[in-house]
Design a protein around this ligand. Structure first.
Ligand code: PLP
Length: 353
C-alpha cells in the first residue's frame, strides 16, 4: 500500500501551480541587473502598488530580504531593536551582525507582539558609550510565536514611538498576507505604518523562489545596491518574477483555506490527552503544540510521526510546529489527527518509548 506523505513542516514546500509553470515558460526576459527584464519590472511595480509603497525589489529569499533591508536602513555599528525570537535573530545565521555589522537589541514580545513601552525603554539615549539605535524591526506574522498577528493598530502604536525617537520601522512580513486575510483587511493597513518591509512569495503564495522588499524610492535604490553587493543581482530573473505576478493576483485569497485547516488541526490536537495547544495563538496557518505531558521530547514525537507519514518540525524541546498550505486539504488534517491520536495513545500506554 502506498503511503501518502502529509507534509506539515512548512508552507515553503508548496510547489508552483501549472499556471505558474506556463507563465515561466512564456515570460518575457531581459537582463535585470541592467533593469531590462520586463517581467521583473512588472512584478516590482505590481508589488509596490499592492503594498502601497513607492518601489519594490525582487530578492532571492526572505533571509536576503531582511539582510538587504536592515543594511539599507542603517550604518555599521548601529543598534537594531527586534523581538527575542524573531526570525532575523533566530534563524538567519547571525547575518545582521556578521555581514551587516549591526548590534541586535532584543525584547521579549507578548505572543510575538512588541509592546511600544518596551521599545521606548530599549532605545538608548545618545551617549558616547552606546551604539546608535536606528531601526525597530517587527515580524508579522510571528513565526516562532505560532503565526501570530501584530494588528494595524498595534503597528501604528509602535510606529509612533519609532517616529518620535527618529527610528525607522521595518517589518519582516514574510507572511503578511496571512495576517491580512485572517483579519479580512487590505494588506495596506499593515504596511502604511512601516517605513519599509518584505514579504515572501515562496511560502503560502506557492512560488518556487523569491521575496520582495518594498519602501520609498531612496531606500529601494540603496537596497538594490546592497543586493548586488551580496551577490543577489540576478540576470533573467523574469523566470522567478512570472510566478510572483500570479501569486499576487491569484494566490492571496486562498490563504483563508489554510487558516481554516490550521484551526481544525489545532482544535483536534487540543482534544488529545497529553497535548497542549494555546488556542489564542492559532491565528493564521501555523499550529504550535506542546507534547511534554506525554513524557517525550518533541524530537521523539516528530520522529514517530514521520514514520507514519506525517511530517512536522520540533520548535523547542517541548513544542512542535505544523504549518498548513496549498496541497493540504481537510482530509489530510483528519488523517494527520488520527495518526497523532494513535501515537499519543501508544506513548501514554508506554507501548513505544
Ligand atoms: C521564512 C521566513 C523568513 C525567511 O525566508 P527564507 O526565504 O526562508 O529565507 C524570514 N522571516 C520570517 C518570519 C519567516 O517565516
Amino acid at each position: 500500500m502506498e503511503k501518502e506523505i502529509i507534509d506539515l513542516r512548512s508552507d515553503t514546500v508548496t510547489l508552483p501551480t501549472e499556471e505558474m509553470l506556463e507563465a515561466i515558460k512564456h515570460a518575457k526576459l531581459g537582463d535585470d541587473v541592467f533593469g531590462e527584464d520586463p517581467t521583473v519590472n512588472e512584478l516590482e511595480s505590481l508589488a509596490a502598488q499592492k503594498m502601497g509603497k513607492d518601489a519594490a525589489l525582487l530578492v532571492t529569499s526572505g533571509t536576503q530580504a531582511n539582510l538587504v533591508s536592515l543594511v539599507s536602513n542603517t550604518k555599521r555599528g548601529d543598534g537594531v531593536i527586534l523581538e527575542a525570537e524573531s526570525h532575523v535573530f533566530y534563524y538567519e545565521v547571525g547575518g545582521l551582525s556578521a555581514i551587516g555589522g549591526l548590534v541586535p537589541i532584543t525584547i521579549k514580545g507578548n505572543m510575538g507582539v512588541l509592546d511600544p513601552k518596551d521599545i521606548e525603554a530599549a532605545i538608548r539615549p545618545k551617549d558616547i558609550h552606546f551604539p546608535e539605535t536606528t531601526v525597530v524591526a517587527i515580524e508579522n506574522t510571528h513565526n516562532r510565536a505560532g503565526g501570530t498577528i501584530t494588528t494595524p493598530d498595534q503597528i501604528r502604536a509602535i510606529s509612533e514611538v519609532a517616529k518620535a525617537r527618529g527610528l525607522k520601522l521595518y517589518m519582516d512580513g514574510a507572511r503578511i498576507f496571512n495576517a491580512a486575510v485572517a483579519l479580512k483587511t487590505d494588506v495596506k493597513n499593515f504596511t502604511k505604518h512601516v517605513d519599509n518591509m518584505m514579504f515572501c512569495l515562496s511560502k503560502g503564495l506557492s512560488c518556487p523562489v523569491g521575496s520582495i522588499v518594498v519602501g520609498d524610492h531612496q531606500f529601494v535604490e540603496r537596497a538594490r545596491r546592497v543586493r548586488k553587493m551580496l551577490g543577489g543581482g540576478m540576470r533573467q530573473a523574469g523566470i522567478i518574477a512570472a510566478p510572483g505576478i500570479i501569486a499576487l493576483e491569484k494566490m492571496v485569497d486562498r490563504l483563508e483555506e489554510d487558516h481554516r485547516n490550521a484551526r481544525l488541526l489545532a482544535e483536534g490536537l487540543a482534544k488529545v490527552n497529553g497535548i497542549k495547544v494555546d488556542m489564542r495563538i492559532v491565528q493564521t496557518n501555523i499550529v504550535k503544540f506542546d507534547v511534554s505531558d506525554l513524557g517525550v521530547t518533541s524530537g521523539t514525537f516528530v520522529f514517530m510521526l514521520s514514520k507514519r507519514g506525517v511530517l512536522s518540525l520540533p520548535f523547542s524541546e517541548r513544542d512542535i510546529r505544523m504549518v498548513t498550505h496549498r496541497g493540504i486539504e481537510k482530509e489530510h488534517i483528519e488523517k494527520a489527527l488520527a495518526v497523532i491520536e494513535d501515537i499519543a495513545y501508544d506513548v501514554r500506554s508506554k507501548k513505544v518509548n
